[in-house]
Each structure stands twice: as structure tokens, then as C-alpha cells.
Design a protein around this ligand. Structure first.
Ligand code: HEC
Ligand code: HEC
Length: 358
């Protein structure tokens, strides 16, 4: 079934596409979007087949905030990824439709465009497009099915037009879950956090306090007079993660089979990967409590105490996890530094906010 509300711009785009000779570079969509890439981040490699457009990002934002994706229209992606908490949910373990407990702590969505070594705590999925298909049919998350979501989107008063503007489709039958996932991925790629005080200091627009500076030196092992925190080996700037999968000593395990959650091991099938999880980004970490894949620590103080004590034994605990001998002052300074990673321009950016409330 075709619908009539086709914009003139779209018709021109479709005509241009039809005239492109075979083998020629495809035209960028007319409304192509230039992401403001932070100068101190690595250059982004965007996937082929899903260029960013204004209309695509805007559609993705609507889908992200729309409970139409859940079985009883009560929950959206944003229910577990709240902008004001840097797109986490403040819970130890996420809670989905019908108050069903999931397995793990919700992850921040800041800077996922740069996560080329996999998504989720265990890296079991490689792309945002692939990831975006999963929550809808996860019984612990949106608990719905895509065929029903597609039907609802096709008969919706505005989505067919919005999909047309984003992807040039001219027939509601072409409105698919794959396009919805592409739009969600585009919105997520636009969620870049690089405006924290840490970044301002880097750009010489602000200065650290003496306490923050001390904390930074402990974090980066930068001063011979201070104990080494070892943090930056795994939480490496500018993303404050090196994106790798590591065991930071949370659980004692005599055997690799002994971890309560196998983590990376379940994704790779390698028993030596059991108990390894992605080193999460520490950007906005003051907003993303509780901490770790299972939300076991409520505060940054508890996290620092864990590292200070050197963690628990397992064969694959990273050698950087060892007793640190931090004083009370060292711990307070480390936390002061971590707080400079909070990006209020990110959590208050109206372009990332709920469009239904604007
Ligand atoms: C019920 C809560 C819940 C809902 C609803 C939900 N998520 Fe999540 N999300 C999580 C949890 C928990 C994780 C971490 C899971 C894991 O690692 O195993 C996560 C992880 C992610 C990640 C990976 C981030 C990273 O750093 O690797 C992305 C991307 C994401 N979610 C996007 C979405 C999108 C898009 C939707 C809506 C279609 C959505 N989520 C709906 C709880 C939720
Ligand atoms: C050997 C690598 C490594 C080192 C060194 C390390 N971390 Fe981590 N960190 C990790 C991993 C891996 C996780 C996730 C573990 C999990 O949930 O199973 C993590 C989790 C965290 C979290 C939780 C973040 C969240 O969103 O849940 C914080 C905070 C943190 N680390 C801070 C630090 C600080 C501060 C230091 C230095 C004192 C440090 N880390 C040293 C690997 C490391």
C-alpha cells in the first residue's frame, strides 16, 4: 500500500537515485548530517549502508522514546537509558516489562559510535544496528515482537512519513524492523559526550583544582610522589575505556567455571574469558551508579575500596589489579578527578531529549 504524503524533496531524491549510473559513488542523502566529532577523539568510521541524516537521527530519537516498541505500550528504550543519568537507569539490575528483572546493569549510551570491539558488557554484538533489534523481543526488556511493532508503525499517523523522510521509502510495506534499527543506531551515534570539565581542561578552557589534579596523577600513574592507581591502563582516554574485556577481580573463582556470570566467556566460548567484562567507560561515571555489570557497588567510594584492596583471586585476574595502598586523601582526590568526567552539556542536550515532551 502506498501512501500519498510524499514530500517533493523525496521525489527529487528518488529521481536522482534512479539516474545514478551503475558503479558510481552513491549520492549522500540530501539531508546528510555532519557529526561534530571531538578533535581529541579518534576519527569515526561510520558503517557503510547507514549514513547519518537529520531525518534518520530524528526518527531514531522518536523510536527511542516511544513505548510503541513494548508489548503493553508502557516502556521504551529510554525507560532503562535515562538522559539525566547519562542514559543509564540508576538500578543495580535493569527492570523490564511487567517488572521483570534482567541479568545486568544498564550501560551508558555515550560515545557508543566509537565502540568497534563490541557492545554490551560481554561484547556479544558488533554493531548498533544489530543491537537495536534485540530489546524489542527480549522478554526482560520490551517483551514484544517485531512483526507487531511493524504493523503498529505502518498504520501510525506519522511514522510512515518519517520513515519516508529518513530512508526514501515510498510504500508502507517497506517500513521494516531493519530500518527502525538503522534509525535507532543513527540516534545513538549522535550521543557524543566530550564536554566534561576534563575536556575543558584539555582545551585549556578550565583548570583542575589541586585535589582533582592529584586524583588525575594517581589515575594516570603520573607522579613518583603519589601511589599508582593503574586505572588508565584499562580506562584509557579519551573514551576512558580501552574497550577490552578484562577481569578486574570482582569474584573469587578457583576454576573458570566458578563465576556467577561468565561474561565474555559466554560470547567467545573460551573458558579463559569467563569472568571478563568490558572495562566500561568512566565518562559521566558520577551519574551512572550503581556500578559494575551486576550493580554490586552503590558508590564510587565502594569501587575505589575494591581496587585499593586488590580484588579477589581468579586465574585470569589482570595483573594491574593489586593492592594500591591509597590513603584517605588519595581516595578522595581520585573521586574528585572522576567527577570531572561529568558532562552536563551532554545530559542536558535538548537534541537528545524526549521529543514527545518538547
Ligand atoms: C529493561 C531495560 C532496558 C531496555 C528497555 C533497553 N535497554 Fe539497552 N541495555 C540494558 C542493559 C541491562 C544493557 C546491558 C546488557 C548487557 O550488557 O548484557 C543494555 C545495553 C544497551 C546497549 C549497549 C551499550 C554498550 O555500551 O555496549 C545499547 C546500544 C542499548 N542498550 C540500546 C538500547 C535500545 C536502542 C533500546 C530500545 C530499543 C534499549 N537499549 C532498551 C537495558 C535496557
Ligand atoms: C585491569 C583493568 C582495570 C583497571 C586497572 C581498573 N579497572 Fe575499573 N573496571 C575494569 C573492568 C573490566 C570493569 C567492569 C567489571 C565488571 O563489571 O565485571 C571496571 C569497572 C569500573 C567501574 C564501574 C563503572 C560502571 O559504570 O559500572 C569504575 C567506576 C571503575 N572501574 C573505576 C576504576 C578506577 C578508579 C581504577 C583505578 C583505581 C580502575 N577502575 C582500574 C577494568 C579495570
Amino acid at each position: 500500500m502506498a501512501w500519498k504524503a510524499l514530500s517533493p524533496a523525496l521525489l527529487i531524491m528518488a529521481a536522482v537515485a534512479a539516474c545514478t549510473p551503475e558503479g558510481a559513488e552513491p549520492e549522500q542523502p540530501e539531508n546528510s548530517y555532519q557529526l561534530a566529532e571531538p578533535a581529541h577523539f579518534q576519527r569515526l568510521v561510520l558503517p557503510e549502508g547507514n549514513p547519518l541524516t537529520e531525518a534518520g537521527i530524528e526518527l531514531g530519537r522518536r523510536l527511542f522514546y516511544d513505548p510503541i516498541l513494548s508489548a503493553d505500550s508502557s516502556l521504551s528504550c529510554s525507560g532503562c537509558h535515562l538522559q539525566k543519568l547519562a542514559f543509564t537507569d540508576g538500578r543495580a539490575i535493569a527492570v523490564g516489562l511487567g517488572q521483570r528483572q534482567g541479568r545486568r546493569n544498564s550501560l551508558s549510551l555515550a560515545n557508543t559510535a566509537y565502540y568497534f570491539k563490541g557492545l554490551f558488557w560481554d561484547g556479544r554484538v558488533m554493531s548498533l544496528e544489530e543491537q537495536a533489534l534485540l530489546p524489542v523481543e527480549d522478554p526482560n526488556e520490551l517483551g514484544h515482537d517485531w512483526a507487531a511493532v511493524e504493523r503498529a508503525l505502518r498504520r501510525h499517523p506519522s511514522y510512515p512519513t518519517l520513515f519516508g523522510e529518513a530512508f526514501g521509502i515510498t510504500d508502507t510495506a517497506e517500513l521494516t524492523r531493519e530500518l527502525a534499527a538503522r534509525a535507532l543506531a543513527q540516534f545513538e551515534r549522535s550521543l557524543i559526550s566530550a564536554g566534561a570539565r576534563y575536556d575543558q581542561v584539555l582545551r585549556a578552557e578550565a583548570q583542575f583544582t589541586p585535589s582533582e589534579k592529584r586524583g588525575r596523577d594517581i589515575f594516570f600513574d603520573a607522579s613518583e610522589e603519589l601511589p599508582m592507581g593503574e586505572c588508565s591502563h584499562c580506562h584509557t582516554p579519551p573514551l576512558f575505556t580501552d574497550l577490552s574485556y578484562l577481569n578486574n577481580g570482582l569474584d573469587q573463582a578457583a576454576e573458570p567455571e566458578g563465576f556467577p556470570d561468565p561474561g565474555r566467556g559466554a560470547a567467545t566460548g573460551q573458558r579463559y574469558d569467563n569472568g571478563r567484562f568490558r572495562a566500561p567507560s568512566l565518562r559521566n561515571v558520577a551519574l551512572t551508579a550503581p556500578y559494575m555489570h551486576d550493580g554490586r557497588f552503590k558508590t564510587l567510594e565502594e569501587v575505589i575500596e575494591h581496587y585499593n584492596q586488590g580484588g579477589h583471586y581468579a586465574e585470569n585476574v589482570d595483573p594491574k589489579i593489586r593492592q594500591l595502598h591509597l590513603s584517605r586523601q588519595d581516595k578522595a582526590d581520585l573521586i574528585a578527578f572522576l567527577q570531572t568526567l561529568t558532562d552536563s552539556s551532554f545530559v542536558n542536550n535538548p537534541k537528545h531529549a524526549n521529543p514527545f515532551l518538547q
